[in-house]
Design a protein around this ligand. Structure first.
Ligand SMILES: *[C@@H]1O[C@H](CO)[C@@H](O)[C@H](O)[C@H]1NC(C)=O
Ligand SMILES: *[C@@H]1O[C@H](CO)[C@@H](O)[C@H](O)[C@H]1NC(C)=O
Length: 367
């Protein structure tokens, strides 16, 4: 089944290899003109403009979706701006977050310089040719992809050429270091990776205790200037606190825009990490307290066992998150750790492998 689907796709690609270049050329210019026209139209929109439910736009450089006749604006992550872009492989445009330079380069690559359809003689003929060839190109790509005709990249079932990580084809063994193992490789961004582990359910937003396979991409990776970091202010390391009395854990945190948390039962690991306009990950933190034999124990802990756990879902107040441990803790030795995460509960992801800990951990005694 899997094999025959692969053959069908490669045959479709092979069959379309010749004529597809011609078709592409015929709609490319129109896509560029359409993108220019849309970006011009977006300039005239305000957050108060009326709209049709389902309509997408860009307003004040933000991504705008029409809900109940009113635009709802969403800031693009990572300092990006919202723009209409010409599609590359089929007729149409997409509205997405990108840089101004990428928008301009993509439009320039189509040859379009303005929104007009009648800028030069001969355009009318070529655009009607485009119209007829467009539908067959769209139909062909729809068949190859097994559906997903939408021009919106966030609804299409077709992988965009522009997001393919060609580096994933390299298993890394061209530059071996001792003991290094080859990476898994993919030429399609591992989009169907979970099909290689058919014994596992798709994570599907659930916390599946027996394990699962998650198809969501990792998303926006925070820059080294934006790596989250936290430090407990109470209890501090080696603190001694009285038994069975309320105490409040306080943790200073930076470079995490706190207050973003999704439904942990329905959206666990279910969306990519995103960052705010300053580049800080939008997420939340957690604290977990585990009882240990002694503060200097060398016994490895069991992550299924803890005495206190709390998601810190509120926004930090003056850079500090806090939570009260009602009733306190019985006498003993404890380890307190932070778990700093993106909104969908996945661990914070940052630009480089070598960095200081993104979390804090302290040891304290209750007596
Ligand atoms: C949008 O409407 C609100 C409330 O009616 C008004 O205060 C605001 O100035 C309007 N903004 C624009 C950009 O028109
Ligand atoms: C102890 O903590 C609990 C839970 O946060 C709270 O309801 C209670 O009021 C606290 N008691 C005191 C004396 O602060």
């Amino acid at each position: 089944m899997k094999f025959s689907a692969f053959v069908a796709v490669s045959m479709a690609l092979a069959a379309s290899a010749g004529p597809s270049f011609v078709r592409r050329a015929s709609f490319t210019l129109q896509n560029g003109k359409d993108a220019i026209a849309l970006n011009q139209k977006f300039q005239s929109l305000t957050p108060n403009s009326s709209c049709q439910t389902g309509e997408d736009a860009c307003i004040d450089n933000k991504f705008a979706q029409c809900v109940n006749g009113k635009f709802v604006l969403q800031q693009c992550g990572g300092g990006l701006i919202c723009a209409a872009l010409p599609l590359v492989n089929s007729a149409g445009t997409s509205i997405t977050c990108t840089t101004a330079a990428d928008r301009d380069a993509r439009i320039a690559a189509t040859g379009a310089t303005d929104a007009s359809n009648n800028a030069a003689t001969g355009n009318a003929a070529s655009s009607s040719a485009a119209a007829s060839s467009t539908s067959s190109a769209a139909a062909a790509s729809g068949t190859a992809a097994g559906g997903g005709n939408s021009n919106d990249p966030q609804q299409s079932l077709t992988l965009l050429q522009s997001v393919i990580a060609t580096g994933f084809e390299n298993d890394g063994q061209d530059q071996p270091t001792a003991g290094q193992v080859p990476s898994l490789t993919s030429s399609n961004n591992f989009i169907n990776f979970c099909a290689t582990v058919p014994n596992l359910p798709i994570t599907n937003g659930q916390q599946i205790k027996t394990g699962s396979c998650n198809p969501a991409p990792m998303g926006v990776i925070a820059a080294t200037t934006n790596m989250p970091s936290s430090k407990f202010q109470f209890p501090t390391n080696n603190a001694k606190i009285p038994a069975n009395q309320n105490f409040t854990i306080k943790m200073a945190i930076q470079h995490l825009e706190t207050g973003h948390f999704t439904n942990a039962n329905e959206n666990y690991f279910a969306a990519p990490q995103v960052v705010n306009a300053q580049g800080d990950i939008q997420g939340h933190s957690h604290v977990v307290v585990e009882q240990i034999d002694a503060v200097d124990t060398t016994k490895v802990t069991d992550p299924t066992k803890f005495v206190f756990f709390k998601g810190l879902n509120d926004q930090a107040v003056n850079g500090v998150l806090s939570v009260e441990v009602g009733g306190g803790l019985p006498k003993g030795a404890y380890r307190l750790a932070s778990i700093n995460t993106a909104a969908n509960h996945q661990p914070a992801l940052v630009a480089v492998a070598q960095h200081g800990s993104l979390d804090d951990m302290v040891y304290f005694t209750v007596e």
